[in-house]
Design a binder for this molecule. Structure first.
Ligand SMILES: Cc1cc2nc3c(=O)[nH]c(=O)nc-3n(C[C@H](O)[C@H](O)[C@H](O)COP(=O)(O)OP(=O)(O)OC[C@H]3O[C@@H](n4cnc5c(N)ncnc54)[C@H](O)[C@@H]3O)c2cc1C
Length: 274
């Protein structure tokens, strides 16, 4: 059991982890690959204090090393859902599960809209996790839509366990639709139909309200109070996922506030219940 599970290893999540550790709380960051962070894509960042004329990748590497050196745990993987469990929260990470007394969502901006058919066939031939569901499709045809940095590795894993993989990325197709009747039967990619028993949609993240049903959002941004709390007690949000301006300094500041608030939440809740 970790005190605070932080979803997202960009500047908001790393800042939250550092502050949590300074407040004597254990912190576990669950994050997809650094290349999936908005910051990694910035060629030039010159408005974050202390980093003159850095690339986004340099800045994120320095922040990540700081978090590791301070003792924060970092799990590379995609958080697929957050489950309130009474006293704590469970976060499913691929086929694994981690547990925290509080959660900070710092998952960045989610621009992805689900493909037509994706929600309809979820669990009936649409999967977000090769490790969780790959074995079910050994010897069968699967399509992989690879939108995350680690998607080629996941597709290779599916090949190794015996799936017949058709791989798609942004170079191969832009528009997708998932088709079927009771279950998935095909992926339509740029108008061409590919038969498939399962479509693995491998994105870097999940929209916040899909991650945690009942989480209030406003225009796609998680609704937060000044202390970065959300409408769900014990769940906090920080950074781009909590709204504009989309800037590193704002993300880091909100990560700091969210961690202070999450620490206070844990101290109050668990002291009262002792
Ligand atoms: C091209 C470009 C240039 C930019 N230039 C500047 C600039 O010059 N100055 C400036 O201040 N800002 C700039 N920005 C904006 C800045 O990068 C963002 O505001 C900042 O990175 C937001 O930090 P964050 O931690 O909220 O999100 P992110 O940096 O996006 O980090 C979120 C992380 O969480 C991961 N994640 C999401 N969902 C999940 C999940 N379900 N499970 C596991 N991991 C998940 C994501 O993949 C990502 O790695 C730029 C952005 C871009 C795209």
């Amino acid at each position: 059991m970790t005190d605070i599970v932080i979803i997202g290893g960009g500047p908001a999540g790393i800042s939250a982890a550092l502050t949590a550790m300074h407040r004597g709380k254990s912190a576990l960051i669950v994050s997809s690959a650094p290349e999936d962070s908005a910051l990694w894509k910035a060629e030039h960042v010159d408005n974050y204090p202390g980093f003159h004329n850095a690339t986004g990748a340099e800045l994120l590497t320095a922040l990540t090393e700081h978090a590791r050196a301070s003792g924060a745990g970092i799990v590379r993987g995609h958080a697929l859902s957050v489950l309130p469990m009474g006293e704590s929260f469970g976060v499913s990470v691929g086929a694994d599960f981690v547990e925290g007394r509080a959660v900070i969502i710092a998952c960045g901006l989610s621009r992805a809209k689900p493909f037509p058919g994706e929600a309809e066939f979820l669990g009936r031939g649409v999967s977000y996790c090769a490790t969780c569901d790959g074995m079910l499709y050994r010897g069968r045809r699967v399509a992989v839509v690879g939108l995350a940095a680690d998607a080629p590795e996941e597709a290779e894993y599916l090949r190794q366990i015996g799936c017949e993989v058709e791989y798609f990325d942004a170079k191969r197709a832009r528009k997708y639709e998932i088709r079927g009747a009771e279950r998935v039967s095909a992926l339509l990619a740029d108008g061409v139909e590919y038969p498939a028993d399962c479509v693995f949609v491998l994105r870097p993240g999940v929209a916040p309200d899909a991650l945690l049903p009942g989480l209030e959002t406003d225009g796609g941004a998680i609704r937060t109070a000044d202390d970065m709390s959300t409408n769900i007690p014990g769940v906090f949000a920080a950074g781009d996922c909590a709204g504009a301006p989309y800037q590193v300094a704002k993300a880091a500041g909100e990560g700091n506030t969210a961690a202070l608030s999450a620490s206070k939440y844990i101290e109050n809740k668990f002291r009262k219940e002792d």
